[in-house]
Design a protein around this ligand. Structure first.
Ligand code: NAD
Length: 353
C-alpha cells in the first residue's frame, strides 16, 4: 500500500477531505493507506501546538500529503507561533517542497463564471503555473535602515542560485511532456540580473527536452497575454514573486475558488496537495462546501506523486460530467442549474466513476 498522510484541518477541511478520500478509493481501490494527522486549530486545541512533531513525522514518512484547510476565528487572536497557519508553513518547510503547481483550466459548463470576453474564453483555457516556492525575494535578506542623510530606507534581496532554477525548470519540462509540450518561462531579464541567470539556466535545461518548445516572456507582458490570449499557454514556469501574482490572476480567470487544486512538490516526487481555498468558517458544518477543489487535488496527487495518470483522468472526467449534468454547489450555482449539497456533489462524482 502507498502511504498518504491526510490533514483534514479545520472548518470545511474535514468535509472536503472526506469527499476526496472516498473518490480516491473509488478511482484506485485498495492502493492507498491513508493516515490522518492533526494540524492547525484542531491540533492547537488537542496538543497545544499547530504542528505536533509526530504529525510532521508522519507527513515526512509518507509519499504524499493531502491537506484540507486550516484556521478559523477561534484561533485568530493566538500569538503568531500558535496560529494554525504556522502549522501550514511548518509542513511546507518540513517536506522541502520547492515547486508549486496550480492548474488554470476552464470547465466549459462554468464558462459564464469567466470574467474574460466570451470569444477569448471560448478558445479554451488549460494551462498550469509552476512557481518556485522557496527562493527569490521572499527568502532573501530583508532590511530596514537609515541612510547617511538620515532618511528611512529598506531593501529586500532577490537571489537565486543555479541549482534552484535548474530543479524547477525540470519540473516544468517534465510537466510539459505530459501535456501540449510548450513551456513559457517568465522573467524580467531586460532589467534583473537574477532573471538573466534564470533564462540561461532554463535554456540549458531545455536541451534535455528536445520535444518541448520553450519561449520567454517578460512578466509585465505575460500579465497582459494571460488575459488576452490565455488559450496559448500550456506550462508557465517562473520565480516565487512573479508566480505568486500571476497564479492569483489565473485563478480569477477560471472562476470559483472552490474548484481549484494545487500541488507543491519536493525531491523524489513527494508532494503536498491541497485546494487553494481556506477553511470557510462561514459555511462549515452545513454541507455546503464544494469538494471539487480537494477532489482535483487528489487527482493531481495521483498524477504527480504516483504516476497514475489514467486514474487521474478518470476523476477529472467525472468532475466534467457532473458539471455537464448541471449539478452545482452554492458557490458555482447559476440560474437554470441544479443546486445540491457538498455530499451530493461527492456522491454524483463517485457515481460517474
Ligand atoms: P476562504 O477561502 O476560507 O473563504 C473565502 C470565501 O469563499 C468564503 O465565503 C467561503 O465560504 C468561500 N469558499 C471557500 N471555499 C469554498 C468551498 N470549497 N465551497 C464553497 N465556498 C467556499 O478564505 P477566508 O475566509 O479568507 O479564510 C478563512 C480561514 O481560512 C482563515 O482562518 C484563513 O487564515 C484560513 N485559510 C487557510 C488556508 C489554507 O489552509 N491553505 C488558505 C486560505 C485561508
Amino acid at each position: 500500500m502507498k502511504k498518504v498522510a491526510v490533514i483534514p484541518g479545520d472548518g470545511i477541511g474535514p468535509e472536503v477531505i472526506g469527499a476526496a478520500l472516498e473518490v480516491l478509493e473509488k478511482a484506485a481501490p485498495k492502493v492507498f493507506d491513508f493516515q490522518s494527522v492533526a494540524m492547525g486549530g484542531n491540533a492547537i486545541d488537542k496538543y497545544g501546538e499547530p504542528l505536533p512533531a509526530e504529525s510532521l513525522k508522519i507527513c515526512q514518512n509518507a509519499e504524499a500529503t493531502l491537506l484540507g484547510a486550516v484556521g478559523g476565528p477561534k484561533w485568530d487572536n493566538q500569538p503568531p507561533e500558535l496560529r494554525p497557519e504556522r502549522g501550514l508553513l511548518g509542513v511546507r518547510k518540513g517536506l522541502g517542497v520547492f515547486a508549486n503547481i496550480r492548474p488554470a483550466k476552464i470547465f466549459t459548463p462554468l464558462a459564464s463564471a469567466c470574467p474574460l470576453r466570451k470569444d477569448i474564453a471560448d478558445k479554451g483555457i488549460d494551462f498550469v503555473i509552476i512557481r518556485e516556492l522557496t527562493g527569490g525575494i521572499y527568502f532573501g535578506k530583508h532590511e530596514a535602515f537609515t541612510t547617511p542623510e538620515g532618511e528611512r530606507a529598506a531593501r529586500d534581496v532577490m537571489e537565486y542560485s543555479e541549482h534552484e532554477i535548474r530543479r524547477i525548470a525540470h519540473v516544468a519540462f517534465k510537466a510539459a511532456m505530459g501535456r501540449r509540450k510548450i513551456v513559457t518561462s517568465i522573467d524580467k531579464a531586460n532589467i534583473l540580473t537574477v532573471s538573466r541567470l534564470w533564462r540561461e539556466v532554463v535554456e540549458d535545461v531545455a536541451k534535455e527536452y528536445p520535444e518541448v518548445s520553450l519561449n520567454h516572456l517578460y512578466v509585465d507582458n505575460a500579465s497582459m497575454q494571460l488575459i488576452r490570449v490565455p488559450s496559448e499557454f500550456d506550462v508557465i514556469v517562473t520565480e516565487n514573486t512573479f508566480g505568486d501574482i500571476l497564479s492569483d490572476e489565473a485563478s480569477q480567470i477560471v472562476g470559483s475558488i472552490g474548484m481549484i487544486p494545487s500541488a507543491s512538490l519536493g525531491d523524489n516526487n513527494r508532494g503536498l496537495y491541497e485546494p487553494i481555498h481556506g477553511s470557510a468558517p462561514d459555511i462549515a458544518g452545513q454541507d455546503k462546501a464544494n469538494p471539487i477543489g480537494t477532489i482535483l487535488a487528489g487527482a493531481m496527487m495521483l498524477r504527480y506523486s504516483f504516476g497514475m495518470s489514467k486514474e487521474a483522468d478518470k476523476i477529472e472526467n467525472a468532475v466534467d460530467e457532473v458539471l455537464n449534468d448541471g449539478l452545482r454547489t452554492g458557490d458555482i450555482y447559476t440560474e437554470g442549474t441544479k443546486l445540491i449539497t457538498g455530499s451530493q456533489m461527492r456522491d454524483a462524482i463517485i457515481a460517474k466513476l
